[in-house]
Design a protein around this ligand. Sequence first.
Ligand SMILES: [Zn+2]
Length: 192
Amino acid sequence: MNAHFRPGRGELAHLERVSVDRSFHEILRSLEAIGAAGAALAVIRERVPDHEPEPAVFDAAVRFLTALNEGVPAEEALLSLHIRVLAILGFAPTLDRCVHCGKMPAPGRSASFDAARGGIVCRACGGGRLVLSGGALRRWVALQATSELPEQPWPDSERQEIHDALAQLDAHHATVSVRESTAVRMFMLRRG
Ligand SMILES: [Zn+2]
């Protein structure tokens, strides 16, 4: 869909014309796909600042809707899009070494994850609250580098681990955002 806007006053814009050049109507046949599409838009809305074009995110979103429309597994596609959006916007967690001391986990081994510290944390540095298996780590790292979406379902345990780690990252991001906006408000008050 192409939408043409003319800036208006404040947050409002004038919609000038809309044309549909691609439709994703197959998504409407599956409640799971509809849910995944809505959740994906929420991820993007949460992470992309208003009025800032992010062509790579837009491209990833179109690929995601196209894949959902073609019937890829919805939850895997949503998690993949989430990982990709974080990577594009520079929020990718560190997964190849301990964020604190730089120690690399042995290939294929699991590692513990701490969203507040931005990635995996080795045991000597205190570990994290979640564990990512070797399979989940490999999958996550690969997904950061591509907008391709999985055509096959993942093992349940890997899907759950990745889901939980993303949820922890989002929760942490939310608290950071609140802190940042409070800091900005305090700054404005002091200046005013
Ligand atoms: Zn460490």
